[in-house]
Design a protein around this ligand. Structure first.
Ligand code: SF4
Length: 417
């Protein structure tokens, strides 16, 4: 019996929830309880636009039919699940309907691979094209790209989509051989490279154009590209995961790498773990990712060859601080930004505030409390005008020298300590 759009939506919104490359899923919005669109939050996720706004997206697959057999994926060809497939017009209609009802501000569209990478990508692009060109849809569109599709299709996708993403799937090529034999790191990275190249080309074109800003050619995928990595389906260590993330950020200028802990599902392959990846592992990876992108940490500093896993019981910044007593204490009145960023309990915004305040005022411990620095965490690692941690009193000269070596020039601790 043919399925109606509502039945397809139930299947294809549920199938899309495993893709984490937009920020979150499953939020609820009040509806009137009638007709298409009353999803009780089903298929709605959140993402961020280039100007930092949080938007609700309809998150669905075009189809959960797939010719690939990625062992970790519930949509793989050998999986015994209910299948469905939207037509291009059905996705366009749903998006417009949800948009008009104010349930969503955009679309996140992914798909299983049917016929070929090019064919599938063409269908997804057609959804975005119709929304933009036929219906003048101005909402946010995130298109998942099918790795290995033609460069011309990538170029076209970025014209209509705000964000593009190509999933790296697993941390290493060895993991792909084990669990996703039809996929290759080199092919996925080639797609990422094409997205990056088109982005650079579009920026250069816009810079070179003498037209007024509003008339310049549109930005290619203005919200950049992201990727997703499944964590815990193989034995790949946190060290390997962070090293891959560093490579992708550096090489293809990704906006985000999303880490998704593996969850077992019914009748899963025996090669998969029986237990779900602890959520806290996913959390530690996100914390490390943040430290690498905004705090100046290298992936190689957060784990070691001897201990390639992140601690599950404390955050990676604290672990690093405990392992590097020679670096501390850091003088909040004199240390450079890079050193302040490494003090546990002091976040990025507070480092900015401290740098600004200390130009005209020497900070005391009370000032840090007023800034909501997590003082209890930071006490063993910092120095203020009225505070020096007791364990470091005798060694005060030593860490300053270490800081100077790393971040010269830096002024010495003052006599007021
Ligand atoms: S190609 Fe994508 S949808 Fe298909 S089995 Fe692999 S991960 Fe799942």
């Amino acid at each position: 019996m043919a399925m109606n759009v509502q039945q397809k939506l139930e299947i294809l919104a549920d199938a899309a929830k495993y893709d984490a490359s937009c920020a979150s899923s499953g939020s609820k919005r009040a509806g009137n309880g009638k007709g298409v669109g009353h999803t009780d939050g089903m298929g709605i996720c959140h993402s961020y636009t280039p100007d930092g706004r949080c938007v609700s997206l309809l998150k669905i697959l075009l189809t959960n039919y797939c010719t690939y057999d990625c062992v970790f994926c519930v949509n793989r060809v050998s999986s015994d699940i209910r299948r469905a497939r939207f037509s291009v017009d059905e996705v366009v209609g749903l998006t417009l309907d949800f948009y008009k009802r104010n349930y969503i501000e955009g679309l996140f569209l992914s798909s299983g691979i049917v016929q070929s990478a090019d064919y599938t990508m063409e269908q997804m692009i057609e959804v975005a094209r119709k929304l933009r060109e036929v219906h003048s849809f101005g909402g946010y569109i995130h298109l998942k790209t099918i790795a290995g599709c033609s460069e011309a299709l990538i170029a076209r996708a970025g014209v209509f989509a705000d964000r593009l993403s190509a999933n790296i799937e697993l941390p290493t090529q060895r993991d792909l051989v084990q669990l996703a034999p039809e996929k290759k790191t080199s092919v996925i990275e080639a797609t990422m490279g094409q997205i990056h190249a088109k982005t650079v080309e579009s920026e250069e074109e816009r810079k070179a154009s003498r037209l007024a800003a509003s008339k310049k050619p549109a930005k290619f995928a203005a919200a950049g590209q992201s990727t997703q990595m499944v964590v815990g389906a193989t034995a790949a260590s946190d060290r390997a995961i962070l090293s891959t993330a560093t490579h992708l950020y550096g090489q293809y200028k990704l906006r985000r790498v999303y880490y998704t802990g593996f969850s077992p599902f019914p009748e899963a392959d025996v090669r998969l773990p029986l237990k779900a990846t602890p959520l806290v592992r996913e959390h530690r990876l996100y914390q490390s990712d943040w430290l690498m992108r905004f705090y100046g940490f290298e992936a190689s500093e957060l784990t070691s060859e001897a201990n390639p896993s992140l601690s599950l019981t404390e955050d990676p910044k604290m672990s690093w601080a405990k392992a590097h007593p020679e670096f501390f204490p850091v003088d909040v009145n004199a240390a450079p930004k890079e050193a302040l960023l490494r003090v546990p309990g002091i976040g990025y915004k507070n480092v900015e505030r401290i740098l600004s305040i200390r130009r005209y005022h020497r900070l005391v411990l009370e000032d840090l409390k007023k800034l909501h620095v997590r003082v209890k965490q930071g006490l063993p690692y910092l120095v203020t005008s009225d505070y020096l941690p007791s364990t470091h009193i005798l060694k005060a000269a030593e860490p300053v020298a270490a800081q100077m070596d790393l971040f010269a020039p830096v002024s010495a601790l003052t006599g007021s300590l």
